[in-house]
Design a protein around this ligand. Structure first.
Ligand SMILES: C[S@@+](CC[C@H](N)C(=O)[O-])C[C@H]1O[C@@H](n2cnc3c(N)ncnc32)[C@H](O)[C@@H]1O
Length: 226
């Protein structure tokens, strides 16, 4: 398949504005289109994502990645951000595009995904993102990364308690981890809260979100390092 025969992302710029109060620049819109194309291309060799239909990609990869951060952090803030278990670059890459003043580290333990991300970042010229190979439980203790980040993003890498244990060593005091969850139950919350104190964190907020096209429910769990 050539690039020109790939499906195109829908133009939903007005939905960015009405749901997140954000208007991407033409360059940012173009970068998100390129990101979509490169992931479709990469998917032909690597098992990167099952979300490939244009509207679903827009909603579940682009919008979902950005909504939880836009709710709490202004777009012009300069944050040091780590995306733990980034896979094909989510939620971190949409952040790198939408927040050019922040620095984003995309961490994953799978070598072929990191190779893919290295190429993708270079092809798209995303200067504020780097890909890093390693396991969260080791990299989080290493001096270049221990307590160095303002924000940690974790989507689809395990239970909420595991995510918190991965994230907290990376955060500076007062830093925030955002756990992207689907449904959220009292039982998950109780499990998370039972360990958080000893890991040095506390739940700062739990925000339900509705995806704008399918109206599916998501939750963002904000954990503050204390
Ligand atoms: C289901 S994918 C989710 C990818 C992406 N966050 C998303 O939401 O589309 C989980 C990713 O986490 C990575 N992973 C799992 N355990 C990890 C660990 N301990 N440290 C770093 N990466 C890990 C896997 O290699 C995989 O790419």
């Amino acid at each position: 398949m050539t690039q020109s025969s790939l499906p195109a992302l829908p133009n939903l710029d007005n939905l960015w504005q009405t749901t997140l109060g954000w208007q991407p620049t033409p360059e940012q819109t173009h970068l998100m289109e390129r990101l979509y194309e490169e992931i479709l291309e990469g998917n032909r060799q690597l098992n990167l994502t099952r979300i490939t239909e244009p509207k679903e990609f827009w909603e579940k990869h682009l919008w979902d990645s950005l909504a939880g951060v836009f709710a709490r952090f202004p777009q012009d803030c300069a944050l040091n951000v780590i995306d733990i278990g980034t896979g094909a670059g989510f939620p971190g890459l949409p952040h790198a595009i939408a927040h050019p003043t922040s620095s984003i580290t995309l961490l994953d333990s799978t070598r072929k995904k990191i190779h893919f991300l290295d190429r993708l970042i270079a092809d798209l010229g995303i200067a504020n993102a780097i890909a890093l190979l390693g396991r969260a439980e080791q990299i989080g203790r290493a001096p270049p990364h221990h307590q160095k980040y303002d924000l940690a993003l974790l989507r689809a890498i395990g239970t909420a308690s595991l995510c918190a244990q991965y994230a907290l060593p990376f955060l500076k005091l007062g830093g925030t981890a955002i756990l992207y969850r689907g449904r959220w139950s009292e039982q998950e919350q109780a499990e998370l809260e039972s360990g958080l104190h000893q890991w040095g964190g506390a739940i700062a907020a739990i925000e339900p979100l509705k995806l704008p096209l399918t109206q599916s429910t998501r939750h963002c769990i904000y954990i503050e390092k204390n």
